[in-house]
Design a protein around this ligand. Structure first.
Ligand code: S3P
Length: 171
């Protein structure tokens, strides 16, 4: 099977980046992140893309970055928290799973995610009332995370290294 070895999905603060880097190390593969890919091709930060071009434009760039990474990356791939809400991305992930791919939903509660995302300006969608916004986003997205995932790992109380080891054991 081509494509990534493992795709990580989940809300902001679930540890997609910290778990992703450790998991890639454990598996001896490269780690890639669609947020970084979008920033690289746009030549600016996600916060600036939201300000200058708006969320819709960001979502377009994100959908392209996911499509690209799914077709050419063979290591661990972390997706931005909202990427799965694009129906094209969901469809691509469904095909990837049908071909034997693994998608892991990193579940987390607000109390554990909040200190990680905090008032981070790099997460414009959480601006205003970050806790309230996070809950709203998670409520809308949870069904999508759950239906796409081939595996769910509850990360509360686990270090990123422990989550990575759990995922690697199931490989
Ligand atoms: C977003 C999450 C961010 C980033 C963008 C939008 C979201 O990634 O893609 O700010 O919609 O939840 P992280 O999940 O890595 O924070």
């Amino acid at each position: 099977m081509g494509g990534p070895r493992v795709v990580l999905i989940g809300p902001p603060g679930s540890g997609k980046s910290s778990v992703g880097t450790r998991l890639a190390q454990l598996l001896g593969v490269e780690w890639r992140d669609t947020d970084h890919d979008v920033e690289k091709s746009a030549g600016k930060s996600i916060a600036d893309i939201f300000i200058d071009d708006g969320e819709e434009r960001f979502r377009e760039q994100e959908a392209h970055a996911v499509a690209h990474a799914l077709s050419e990356h063979t290591g661990v791939l972390s997706l931005g928290g909202g990427a799965i809400m694009d129906p094209r991305t969901e469809e691509r992930l469904v095909s990837y799973v049908a071909a034997g791919g693994e998608v892991v939903f990193l579940d987390v509660s607000l109390s554990k995610a909040a200190p990680r995302v905090g008032l981070n300006a790099a997460r414009p969608l959480l601006a205003g009332n970050p806790r309230q916004r996070w809950l709203e986003l998670m409520e809308a997205r949870r069904p999508v995370y759950e239906r796409i995932a081939t595996r769910v790992v509850m990360t509360d109380g686990l270090t990123p290294a422990a989550v990575a080891a759990t995922i690697a054991e199931g490989e």
